[in-house]
Design a protein around this ligand. Structure first.
Ligand code: ATP
Length: 305
C-alpha cells in the first residue's frame, strides 16, 4: 500500500507571475491590472510535484538561478518531499519565469524567459547515472534543450528503463526521438504537429496514434481534454473516456496526467488502469484553479470515484 516507486523527472522549473486584468495592454500602453499571484510552475516542476503528490518517490533534475525565485522553488520542492540533490542553482542565469496576463474572459498571454532551464545539459544527464539506474520510470518534456531530451531517451534505452516523453510544448522532433521510445503522451495539438493528422474524432486520433507507433514508439497515449485519452499499444487500442465535470482551469492538467501516469505504471499497473488513474487525477485538477495548486494528492483520489 505504502510502496513508493522511484520516479526520475527531468525538466523545467519556472516561477509564474500572473496578473488578472479586464483587458490586455496594447503595445506601448500601461494599464492598472487586478490581482497578482506568484505561482511555482514549469512543466518539469509540475510533473515532479504531481508524481510526488500521488505517491511517487521523486528525484528531479533541473536548474534554477541563485535568486529569490530559485530559493522559493527549491523550498517548494523540498516541502513536496522531492529529492533536490540533482537541482543546481547556477550563478550567472536567472531562474525561469513566465509572465502571464489573464483577462476577464479567461484568455491569457504568456511570455516565458527560460533562464537557467536553457542550461540543463547533456552533462547533467551524464552525471545522473545512478538515478537512471534506480528509477522505475523516467519522465521528461520539451521545455529544456532538445539535445538534453534526446540524451535522456538514449540513456534510458541503454539502461533498459522505460521513459515517458510528454512532447510539450508542441515542437517538431527528428526521427531519433521516436525509435524504441517506451511511451509518448502528446495532447491533440502536439499529436497533430508530430504527425500532420488533425484530431477531430476517435478515427483521426487512432490514425495519429498509429503514425507515432509506426515511428517506433511502443506505447502512444494522446490526451483529448474532456474526451479523455486515446491509447494505442500492442495490446490495447481505443479511447478511454473521463468523467464529465465543470472545468474551471485546465492549467497543468496535462502535467497532472503525466505525473500520475508515471506513478501508476511504476507501481506495475496495466496501461489501461494507469491511464484511468491519470485521467482521474487530471480531471480532478481541472476543477480547481492554478497549476500546482490544482494537483491532487493520492488521498484525495482514493476518496473520489
Ligand atoms: P494543459 O496544457 O491545459 O495542461 P493538455 O492540453 O496538455 O493540458 P489535455 O488533453 O487538455 O492536456 O488534458 C489532459 C487531461 O486533463 C485529459 O486527458 C483529462 O483527463 C483532463 N481534462 C482536461 N480538460 C478536461 C475537461 N474539460 N473535462 C474533464 N477532464 C479534462
Amino acid at each position: 500500500m505504502d510502496y513508493k516507486p522511484k520516479i526520475l523527472v527531468i525538466g523545467s522549473a519556472n516561477m509564474d507571475m500572473v496578473i488578472q486584468s479586464d483587458h490586455f495592454p496594447s503595445p506601448g500602453e500601461t494599464i492598472i491590472g487586478g490581482k497578482f499571484s506568484l505561482i511555482p510552475g514549469g512543466k518539469g516542476a509540475n510533473q515532479a510535484v504531481a508524481a510526488a503528490r500521488v505517491g511517487g518517490e521523486v528525484s528531479f533534475i533541473s536548474k534554477l538561478g541563485k535568486d529569490l525565485f530559485g530559493e522559493t522553488n527549491l523550498e517548494n520542492f523540498k516541502n513536496e518531499g522531492i529529492d533536490t540533490s540533482l537541482i543546481k542553482q547556477i550563478p550567472d542565469q536567472p531562474s525561469g519565469v513566465a509572465l502571464i496576463t489573464v483577462d476577464s474572459s479567461g484568455e491569457n498571454t504568456i511570455i516565458v524567459a527560460p533562464g537557467a532551464n536553457s542550461h540543463i545539459s547533456t552533462v547533467d544527464i551524464q552525471a545522473a547515472d545512478s538515478h537512471f539506474e534506480h528509477a522505475a520510470i523516467i519522465l521528461t518534456q520539451l521545455e529544456i534543450p532538445l539535445p538534453t531530451v534526446l540524451s535522456c531517451i538514449e540513456k534510458a534505452k541503454k539502461k533498459g528503463k522505460p521513459l515517458i516523453l510528454n512532447p510539450a510544448p508542441a515542437t517538431d522532433l527528428s526521427e531519433a526521438f521516436f525509435e524504441g521510445l517506451f511511451m509518448i503522451t502528446p495532447n491533440e495539438t502536439e499529436a497533430e504537429l508530430l504527425t500532420g493528422i488533425q484530431i477531430r474524432d476517435d478515427d483521426s486520433a487512432e490514425s495519429a496514434a498509429k503514425a507515432l507507433f509506426g515511428k517506433g514508439v511502443q506505447n502512444v497515449i494522446i490526451t483529448l481534454g474532456a474526451g479523455g485519452a486515446f491509447v494505442y499499444t500492442e495490446g490495447f487500442k481505443g479511447r478511454i473516456p473521463t468523467k464529465k465535470v465543470q472545468a474551471v482551469d485546465s492549467t497543468a492538467a496535462g502535467d497532472t496526467f503525466n505525473g500520475a501516469l508515471a506513478v501508476a505504471l511504476a507501481k506495475g499497473e496495466s496501461i489501461e488502469k494507469a491511464v484511468q488513474f491519470a485521467l482521474k487525477a487530471a480531471t480532478l485538477s481541472v476543477q480547481r484553479m492554478g497549476a500546482q495548486s490544482s494537483i491532487p494528492t493520492l488521498e484525495e483520489l482514493s476518496l473520489k470515484n
